[in-house]
Design a protein around this ligand. Structure first.
Ligand SMILES: O=C(O)c1cc(C(=O)O)c2c(n1)C(=O)C(=O)c1cc(C(=O)O)[nH]c1-2
Length: 244
């Protein structure tokens, strides 16, 4: 029998999970920040990551649909607004499209999900399903990877701007607002799980939800690495980069 952790111990255990498993430790991320990827590999990343972006508001809507407290819904709905905007041309999804088109992929190919890897879809769809099917505590806990995203985003933006002459600050404008949105969202989710995980079993479930989500993000980079770095085995229908 594991004992009940204090809220601070629970937080420490969650931070330790991310320190070991977050996707900024993946080889593909390291190659990106070290300036070692080709333009085609960056395009593949942007295109595949668009699938994640496009599904995030859908997963947040499944969580919202199960919240019976209006105060909680008011907080959670902000996540959907951040991604969708309040009007056409606004919001994070539009900014991600700008990132992908800024790297040279036609808009219709991005929004049409042309050439997204099957494994990207499987990983992202598993995340959406997890949030729809598991208890709300676990669904909220699975968003806690955002505790670690500012570090990854900081490294990524710095690396992309310093090492790739075809990447401009405007192309990367998606990331600026995330540096305030992610900590706001993660702090809320962290307080929520610290307050609502009241038994050792709940706490274990929260930890496992975070491990699961780290695996989702890791699998997405595994898929990119396998198809576009080494061994470079692209599945049928996958995006084909131009040039070397
Ligand atoms: O760039 C990143 O490394 C990164 C990571 C994550 C994350 O840790 O899940 C998110 C995002 N970005 C992001 O932009 C985003 O909107 C987002 C939403 C969520 C979520 O689980 O609800 N994670 C993330």
């Amino acid at each position: 029998m594991t004992r009940l952790l204090s809220p601070e111990e629970l937080e420490q255990s969650l931070r330790a999970i991310g320190a070991e498993r977050y996707h900024n430790r993946h080889a593909f991320h390291r190659l990106m920040v070290d300036g070692a990827l080709t333009k085609g590999q960056l395009q593949a990343w942007a295109l595949n990551r668009y699938y994640y972006q496009s599904r995030i508001p859908m997963k947040d809507a499944t969580i919202l649909a199960r919240m019976d407290d209006p105060a909680l819904r008011r907080i959670w709905r902000q996540r959907i607004i951040d991604h969708d905007g309040d009007a056409e041309g606004q919001g994070g999804i539009e900014k991600w499209i700008a990132l992908a088109t800024g790297l040279g992929i036609p808009r219709a190919d991005v929004t049409g999900l042309k050439g997204v890897l099957p494994a990207t879809r499987f990983a992202v769809d598993a995340y959406v399903r997890f949030c729809a099917e598991r208890p709300m505590l676990e669904a909220i806990a699975s968003s806690l990877t955002e505790l670690f995203s500012p570090t990854a985003i900081g490294e990524r933006v710095k690396g992309l701007l310093s090492s790739y002459d075809f990447v401009s600050p405007e192309t990367l404008s998606y990331f600026e607002p995330r540096l305030t949105q992610a900590p706001r969202d993660a702090d809320f989710a962290l307080d929520y799980v610290k307050e609502h995980a009241k038994t050792p079993e709940d706490q274990r479930a929260v930890q496992e939800a975070l491990v699961f989500k780290c695996h989702v993000l890791w699998s997405m980079l595994d898929a990119l690495h396998f198809a576009y770095v080494e061994p470079g085995l692209r599945p049928p229908d996958a995006f084909v980069p131009e040039g070397p």
